[in-house]
Design a protein. Structure first.
Length: 607
């Protein structure tokens, strides 16, 4: 059992020190210390450990190895990695502080001994919401010199975006400019980040131990038993094969959309979640696309290929179906494909001066287009597989409360289908759910915890929820949770889609909650039901006075859905409301929203 301030008479510093020391003690040392404390109780005698050099080294290491982990995360990946690294460091006796960048007091930066940053890149090279304030401080004039600090950066990103891992690169560069010394080189991770992150953690641990030789042997040994005692659980790297209970189309007849409500059993998994978390699903590529790709390259579908550096083998068709990403092109992929081929046109596309042409090509085509457009037939399956990245997991906001649906999890998925360049295109996971998975089938899943999108601890605090389309999913979970817990706080939902008659997702749920008082008020915007398109931000501006009053009462504001346009439009509407109703300048209104973010009163789950 770990000592906490709440379950012991110790202050936070004392509890942290004891939690570092106690797991390292042998049975003999623990018995000796217990007897010693009884003998000296009330005498004021000071504990002397010089007679036991090993204990002295452990205690010294526990006190001296202070490590701060700061994470900036939009979806929760960086938060999870920070907790994983913290556990490893604690097992090795370090005194660890883990914090979201938004919760960290920047003035404490110059006091840090070892700083580890784990951060994702959001949008077009921007920091995630909970990293904005710290990012701006570090890049501003008030940032201190950090000559005495060691640091390292783990950056998460996606190579299909132009500004891959840009936020992590910015932090790494800025910390060096301020005088920090790298403990380990920055590692930039693609969407399949598990192995790269593990390697970075290993390098960081080696560097910390190299700087503290007394901890190197004794503390690693002390941590081994704790690691062995950790129970295995289903996770991102060990997904649970869950049964599908229901798979329903939420759209009415005549709708141009197909939105799936999927209910999945978690019975026997031990997986737990809270409203605001996401469900990770490992999908499969469309069999038709896989078959067309194999045919275009004249490969043998049964050929056995190695799918990782460990040498694990799969039949080619199986690997393309379940292991490799084949629907998204990235610049690194094209560069490696060009190295495998002799196609001059492909190499020319990658040369300076063709940036816009390359960007257009990457955004609109898949692997089958690439091999057909640039005549890549002739490259062996094993060679080509070596440049493909792993099929990434899909994350969906959870649409259920576990209190209302024990051992179940619900998700809301809009099916993606379209035609481009003479071929039908499919959303990988959405079409698999819509066409190829029925009740009774199973799918590999895990829970992605998201501490950045959570209901307020105080159930009396009002909440304002803005979620058009499938962005409404987490708010079904929010209201289900509030209903089950008997929360008294007011609730206001802004929802929008195309047509009232065919696209009103979860209409009966909202109507029931309105009737029962769980949902205090609801404003809807169906954009195609009139000549002039109306969206949720227009409804917000129409209700600006009431919205402002709720915010002044302390309401928390939540936004979920499309980042590219909706999230920006909603943000602009909130700024306009603060200007109009609060008499603030544009700069002051923007700063007000930033302050709300830091106070966790303005939270976004956008994608």
């Amino acid at each position: 059992m770990e000592l906490q301030v709440t379950n012991s008479p110790f202050n936070q510093e004392q509890a942290d020190l004891l939690n570092r020391l106690l797991p390292t003690l042998t049975g003999v040392q623990a018995s000796w210390l217990s007897g010693y404390l009884v003998a000296v109780q009330g005498t004021g005698t000071t504990l002397q450990v010089q007679s036991n050099p090993a204990s002295a080294a452990v205690l010294k290491a526990a006190v001296s190895q202070e490590v701060t982990i700061l994470f900036g995360s939009q979806t929760g990946n960086c938060s999870g990695l920070a907790q994983k690294l913290s556990k490893k460091l604690k097992e090795q006796g370090a005194l660890v502080t883990v914090s979201s960048m938004s919760d960290f007091k920047p003035n404490n930066l110059k006091k840090l001994q070892n700083l580890l940053i784990i951060v994702s890149t959001h949008g077009e090279g921007e920091p995630p919401d909970n990293a904005i304030s710290f990012y701006e401080f570090l890049h501003g004039k008030r940032a201190p010199q950090l000559d005495g600090m060691s640091y390292s950066v783990l950056a998460l990103g996606d190579t299909s975006y132009e500004f891959f891992c840009q936020t992590g690169k910015d932090f790494d560069k800025r910390l060096e400019e301020l005088g920090g010394k790298r403990l380990a080189d920055r590692v930039d991770c693609d969407v399949d980040f598990d192995e790269s992150a593990a390697e970075w953690m290993s390098e960081v641990l080696k560097a910390l131990n190299a700087g503290n030789p007394s901890a190197s042997s004794s503390l690693q040994t002390a941590g081994s038993s704790s690691a062995m005692e950790t129970e295995s659980e289903f996770s991102r790297t060990n997904p649970f094969h869950a049964e599908i209970l229901e798979n329903l189309n939420l759209n009415g007849r005549g709708s141009g959309r197909d939105t799936r409500h999927v209910e999945i059993s978690l019975e026997g998994s031990g997986l737990q979640y809270e409203p605001g978390d996401s469900l990770g699903i490992y999908p499969e590529n469309h069999p038709e696309l896989v078959n067309e790709l194999i045919e275009a390259m004249d490969w043998n579908p049964e050929e056995s290929i190695s799918v990782n550096k460990h040498g694990d083998q799969l039949a080619l068709r199986e690997a393309l179906l379940r292991h490799y990403e084949i629907t998204v092109l990235t610049k690194p992929l094209l560069a490696q494909a060009a190295e495998l081929s002799s196609n001059a046109q492909l190499k020319e596309l990658l040369e300076p001066g063709h940036e816009q042409e390359l960007k257009g090509y990457l955004g609109e085509r898949d692997l089958l287009d690439l091999v057909q457009d640039y005549q890549l037939k002739g490259i062996s399956a094993q060679s080509f597989a070596g440049v493909l990245r792993k099929l990434p997991v899909r994350l969906y906001s959870i649409a259920s409360s576990s209190k209302a649906y024990p051992d179940e999890v619900h998700v809301t998925v809009r099916t993606v289908r379209y035609d481009a360049y003479g071929r039908d295109r499919y959303g990988v996971c959405s079409v698999q759910l819509a066409e190829r998975l029925q009740s009774g089938d199973s799918v590999p899943v895990f829970i992605q915890h998201n501490p950045n999108f959570k209901l307020p601890m105080n159930p009396d605090i009002p909440i304002i929820m803005i979620g058009p389309g499938t962005g409404v999913a987490p708010f079904r979970a929010f209201l289900g949770e509030r209903e089950e817990s008997g929360a008294e706080g007011k609730t206001w939902l802004f929802y929008g889609d195309q047509h009232f008659s065919t696209d009103f997702l979860y209409q009966t749920d909202w109507q029931r909650w309105l009737k029962d008082g769980v949902l205090s008020r609801m404003d809807v915007a169906f954009s195609r039901d009139q000549d002039q398109k109306v969206y949720v931000q227009h409804r917000m501006l129409e209700k600006s006075r009431e919205l402002y009053e709720w915010i002044q009462e302390g309401a928390c504001v939540y936004v979920c859905g499309d980042e590219n346009k909706m999230a920006h439009d909603v943000h602009a509407a909130l700024v306009a409301i603060l200007e109009q109703e609060g008499g603030l300048s544009s700069e002051a209104a923007t700063e007000y929203l930033l302050q709300m973010q830091q106070e966790k009163r303005f939270q976004r789950d956008v994608y």
